[in-house]
Design a protein around this ligand. Structure first.
Ligand SMILES: Nc1nc2c(c(=O)[nH]1)N[C@H]1C(S)=C(S)[C@@H](COP(=O)(O)O)O[C@H]1N2
Ligand SMILES: [Mo]
Length: 505
């Protein structure tokens, strides 16, 4: 009798502890989410960043590059779940430790100690002290609400005690549900202003129409201008930072005669350039999909720098998510500060309010959510360079095989885009017999802007049921791609594109 009563008390105690761990941890994470949305101050975001930073660069890259739109949400939930368990466990341990080390006022001592332990543990993975304070206070409050009557577990639990525990748990759950909704709302950042001035929208429409008319009509293949929804994204965070354009500004700092600051409106009032530019990620394999081309609306980047009278040799572009890249000033020749994409306000995922676009280089230099351009004396590295990547050169030549179709006349049709930065594409060659013989593909008319990809297609009547396809391009300088295949890490993928194609005869 005595033993079973003790067991009963112990299971109640364990249950209460589990509820307390969840209530405490979820309240920390939920409060942080409600306060900061998916900005870098959100503990789950800052912790995931610290976590990614201790992994080797190539692994970080593959994690980041495999974050599709859905895995982004999933990764947040997974990180959030484990974060809640960890902080909840610490919060409860802190409480018990505090409560047991004093004779009276145990709930007060427990709460304080819970707060202190959670704050200390969260500090190394948070973006400063401020983002920790309120979540840790709320977490400690949830902990004392559940554990505050801990001694109840030493007595026979009454129905009243059980009911009040359930009520407390429900209230904390309700609070966190609301916090979650607030966080989701903040994370989306609301709608974007319709700021792209379309009064001289003619050139934008003309350019998009021109791209559409030059594009081959091939099933399943993107046009020369990729739709915003289809455009690849690479982001070091699971969610893009939400930047409020009315508080945003871009400053030119460092080795300058006079520091300059530009707000969103003043950037748009400057000389306007509408220009296609292709982006390709340094981590994109030969057969990968991290490439796209869009019409960007913006203003020349170096004009802003010039107005500050620079007297250094390099620039460091810095962003709201602490991403940065430095480069020699000459490399930014022709670079844009873009606020429009395919005739729309630059989407948050692609850098709203303003991003940099640097010609002919790997995608990583096109700093999104840019906030500062610092003039310095020497190369000052960049986010991926710090992680072992090495790709400040112009892009490697690549051929993408993006569509394989069967036409109504029985022919096999293949097509895609080839890209070599501003070198341009002179020729794409196709081999359907594993590289024995080569034929030239048909090229679509090029876009007029320098750093853009080119469309190719090739058709033949099949006689076998299997084809070993190889593709290689020759850039505008007459250089044909090397056959040697290398991985993207560290300096960008090289080699010909190959694909086995089975055909129904
Ligand atoms: N601020 C910031 N800029 C950034 C990145 C980032 O994570 N943060 N990713 C870079 C990388 S690696 C690439 S390939 C391009 C991708 O641009 P997109 O997402 O618009 O396609 O943005 C670059 N600019
Ligand atoms: Mo990239």
């Amino acid at each position: 009798m005595d033993i079973s009563l003790r067991e009963f008390r112990e299971t109640t105690a364990v249950r209460r502890l589990i509820i307390a761990v969840f209530a405490s941890g979820v309240s920390v994470v939920g409060t942080s989410f409600a306060l900061y949305g998916t900005s870098k101050d959100f503990l789950v975001i800052s912790a995931s960043r610290v976590f990614l930073d201790i992994l080797p660069g190539s692994i970080v890259a593959s994690i980041i590059w495999s974050f599709g739109d859905y895995s982004l949400a999933v990764s947040l939930i997974v990180f959030g779940f484990f974060g809640a368990i960890a902080t909840g466990t610490l919060g409860c341990l802190g409480y018990l430790f505090g409560a047991r080390s004093v004779e009276s006022r145990q709930p007060v001592a427990g709460t304080v100690s819970s707060f202190v332990l959670v704050s200390l543990a969260a500090l190394p993975v948070s973006n400063g002290f401020v983002p920790v304070v309120v979540p840790a206070i709320v977490g400690a409050a949830a902990t004392v609400l559940v554990l505050g009557h801990w001694h109840l577990a030493d007595e026979e639990p009454t129905d009243r005690a059980r009911r009040s525990l359930l009520k407390t748990a429900a209230a904390i759950g309700g609070y966190n549900a609301i916090a979650h909704v607030v966080g989701v709302f903040r994370g989306h950042g609301g709608g974007l202003p319709d700021t792209l001035d379309n009064s001289d929208g003619e050139p934008i429409q003309q350019a998009l129409d021109d791209a559409a008319s030059k594009s081959f009509d091939i099933d399943g293949m993107p046009g020369l201008a990729v739709d915003i929804g289809e455009f690849y994204k690479v982001d070091i965070n699971p969610r893009p930072p939400v930047v409020d354009e009315s508080n945003w500004s871009l400053s030119v700092t460092g080795k300058v005669g006079t520091e300059r600051t530009f707000d969103y409106e003043s950037i748009q009032e400057r000389e306007t350039i509408n220009e296609f530019q292709t982006l390709r990620c340094l981590g994109d394999p030969v057969d990968g999909k991290q490439i796209g081309n869009a019409l960007w609306t913006g203003t020349p980047l170096l004009d802003l720098v010039d107005e500050a009278n620079p007297n250094g040799s390099h620039l460091v572009l810095r962003a709201a998510d602490d991403y940065y890249y430095s480069m020699p000033i000459e490399m930014a020749e022709g670079a844009l500060l873009a606020y429009g994409m395919n005739g729309e306000t630059l989407p948050r995922a692609h850098g709203f309010p303003v991003r940099a676009l640097v010609r002919s280089r790997w995608g990583k230099l096109n700093v999104k959510w840019i906030e500062e351009i610092e003039v310095v004396d020497e190369f000052a590295s960049g986010y991926w360079e710090e992680r072992g990547w090495d790709g400040m050169d112009t892009v490697n030549t690549v051929v993408k095989l993006q569509a394989t179709n069967r036409l109504s006349n029985g022919a096999v049709q293949i097509g895609g885009h080839a890209y070599a930065g501003a070198r341009g594409i002179q020729e794409v060659e196709v081999s359907i017999d594993g590289g024995e013989t080569w034929d030239t593909a048909t090229l679509a008319d090029p876009l007029e802007d320098p750093d853009t990809w080119r469309q190719w297609k090739y058709e033949w009547q099949p006689e076998r049921s299997s084809y070993d396809i190889s593709l290689r391009a020759t850039d505008g300088t007459g250089e044909t791609q090397t056959r040697i295949r290398t991985d993207p890490y560290p300096a960008g993928a090289t080699g010909w594109t190959r694909r086995e194609l089975d055909v129904q005869l």
